[in-house]
Design a binder for this molecule. Sequence first.
Ligand code: PLP
Length: 341
Amino acid sequence: MNTFSINTLVRENILKLKPYISFRDHNEFNEPIYLDANESPFGEWNRYPDSTQRKLKNSLAELRSLSPAQIAVGNGSDELIDLIIKIFCEPKKDAILMMNPSFAMYGFYATINENRVLQLDLDENFEIVKEDFLKTVKEESIKVFFLCSPNNPTGNSTEDIEFYLQNFDGIVVVDEAYIEFSGKKSSLELLAQYPNLIVLQTFSKAWGIAGARVGVAYASEEIIQLINTVKAPYNVNALSQELILNALEDENRLKDNVRDIVAERTWLQDQFKDTDCITKVFPTDANFFLIKLKDIDKVYAKMLEQEILTSRRDPAIPGCIRINVGTRQENEKLVNLLKNI
Ligand SMILES: *Cc1c(COP(=O)(O)O)cnc(C)c1O
């Protein structure tokens, strides 16, 4: 992947695009009088947010030991997935590649952009079959490979991420929405080596701030510049930027959240092991796991009766439900129900 520039992968219209520049966000002022954006002069949230998300990026850059120019912030990582597809995939021509089963949003946004969605069927341990990958990526129209690790909904991580970076002449997006729960190394450390890598992370899961809708892309400055160019100027609202900045200053927040969830995950796993209606508990690196049930229709109906919401994954994954870790009280209610079936 070091043989050519990223620009050869970018759609032509995107390469020509001039970004919308908010003058006030790209210049330094002391005490400006804002008469430039038709805002109200009254109120607390009367101003448009910083379109460059400068403070947020500086804070993240420090945390990750990267440059702010290697960071893009989105309205959830969902927005970043959408933008990445729009930057690289020509409608009606190019394709994305994803694992199967994996996170549905990759296919959703690709389909909206009229790009084909090619899938790599995972093996019985939910792992990628490397020979299939090598065969599939020979197709030149594949521009982006979405590699979800730990994978949603299977919960397992992909080993040897570098293999995929080295053997694909397109963009590899490593979606690390659940990395904090995994104890495995983040692919962030590979950024310096691989210009075709984008790492996605989010504040929606381990950070516990899904309501704010904030996701982050880490990549080369070139790729980040492209994302900055195509994004809506004010894509992350002022309240969310402030909320996330405060969360980043709270050193223990993430650690405590992750410790508590991982402890509950272990407790739930133990409980599930001797629950008759469950035939298999899949290993997980995330805050959820897949369980296989003897009679999924019956169990799911009982759960709904008690308003316990879980995610059915059948028929794609036969007999399986994805359940995420809740509080001890919530988990106990779930376990009681399952043990009494
Ligand atoms: C939950 C999740 C996300 C997070 O999306 P946000 O838009 O940041 O909330 C991204 N990728 C995967 C695989 C997920 O499961």
